[in-house]
Design a binder for this molecule. Structure first.
Ligand SMILES: Nc1ncnc2c1ncn2[C@@H]1O[C@H](COP(=O)(O)OP(=O)(O)OP(=O)(O)O)[C@@H](O)[C@H]1O
Length: 319
């Protein structure tokens, strides 16, 4: 059974900005789902929607089911109980998310003491030490302040923090952005190990397909608030059925790679602003293989083969 299920989720910000438009996705324990797309496609909005962290003015449609429970139908008391304990988020920007004037240990202990009031300070400190070791840091680093750690170490602390209350789902929003390639690989290996060892469900959000390709079981590619392709990570990138996924994958091309057929020279232009979307397929103004119907036809996400969905007229025609 899925631990997280988004059913036709839509989020519209004040001013009629439809940032997320009918997204259906799910992730099971022990599975890594990648969510890819350029800046502004709605990735962080989905993250915040899962734990009801959106601004009050945002309108939410569809549903978010966490372990079968409707997140938008539950009381605030229940919501407080599931935040951290059932699901937690590793937010973007480790440096800015940590409190500069508090020790690492204090910050990790805080959600434990809040969610498990029977825990003593001493027990919480022991758990903090264990959590730090679990993410590959010595327990003594609990006494440090954030500025005493490197970027990669701070990101590990963010992961320890997310694990503090033993959640079953972790959403990591751009967990490796701003880290150098070696440290990136270590953080991804750490996350994969946690999925393997703890049976976590992990949603990994990134604009960088090389990050997702190596770590995820399945990937959903988003464009202008919608999923435009979804399937096993390896095939989505190696044999894209949507020109946008092909173009994103083409940003990391290999010689002789079939992805070149979509993006010989990279992807020109910018994604549309959600408040001002083009008619037809929202990708058509940038699409290297668009034809006349693309600017007017409604394109739905359809199943193109077992476990694979794509939203493209060419995929519909099976070409
Ligand atoms: N509070 C808000 N009010 C109005 N519009 C918003 C708000 N937050 C986000 N948006 C808009 O919604 C769209 C989706 O934003 P979101 O942050 O979810 O994208 P993203 O894919 O996570 O981008 P990034 O990778 O840059 O974080 C963007 O066009 C953004 O400008």
């Amino acid at each position: 059974m899925s631990l997280l299920e988004l059913r036709d989720l839509s989020v519209t910000y004040a001013g009629d900005v439809p940032a997320v438009r009918g997204v259906s996705l799910s992730v099971a324990p022990g599975e890594v789902l990648g969510v890819a797309g350029e800046s502004g496609c709605g990735k962080s909005t989905i993250t915040n929607a899962v734990l009801r962290l959106l601004p009050k003015s945002a309108r939410v449609g569809g549903s978010v089911l966490l372990d079968g429970e409707d997140v938008y139908g539950m009381s605030f008391g229940r919501l407080r109980a599931i935040r951290w304990a059932t699901a937690s988020i590793v937010f973007q920007g480790a440096l800015h998310s940590l409190n500069a004037v508090q020790t690492i240990g204090r910050q990790i202990a805080e959600p434990i003491l809040l969610h498990e009031p029977a825990t003593t300070r001493k027990e919480a400190d022991r758990r903090v030490g264990e959590l730090l070791e679990q993410v590959g840091l010595p327990a003594r680093r609990a006494r440090d302040h954030p500025h005493q750690l490197s970027g990669g170490q701070r990101q590990r602390v963010m992961i320890a923090l997310a694990l503090a209350c033993r959640p079953r789902l972790v959403i990591a929003d751009e967990p490796t952005t701003a880290l150098d390639v070696m440290v990136q690989a270590q953080v991804l290996e750490l996350l994969s190990g946690l999925v393997r060892d703890l049976g976590l469900a992990l949603v990994l959000i990134s604009h960088d397909l090389s990050v997702l390709g190596t770590t995820c079981d399945r990937v959903a590619v988003m464009y202008a608030g919608k999923v435009v392709e979804e399937g096993p990570a390896s095939v989505v990138f190696d044999d894209s059925r949507h020109p946008y996924s092909g173009a994103l994958a083409g940003a990391f091309p290999r010689v002789g790679d079939p992805r070149f057929r979509y993006a010989p020279a990279g992807l020109a232009g910018d994604p549309p602003y959600p408040g001002d979307l083009p008619t037809g397929c929202p990708f058509h103004p940038r699409c290297p293989v668009a034809f006349d119907r693309c600017s007017s036809a409604d394109v739905e996400l359809i199943q193109v083969s077992a476990g694979r969905r794509a939203a493209c007229l060419l995929a519909e025609e099976g070409s």
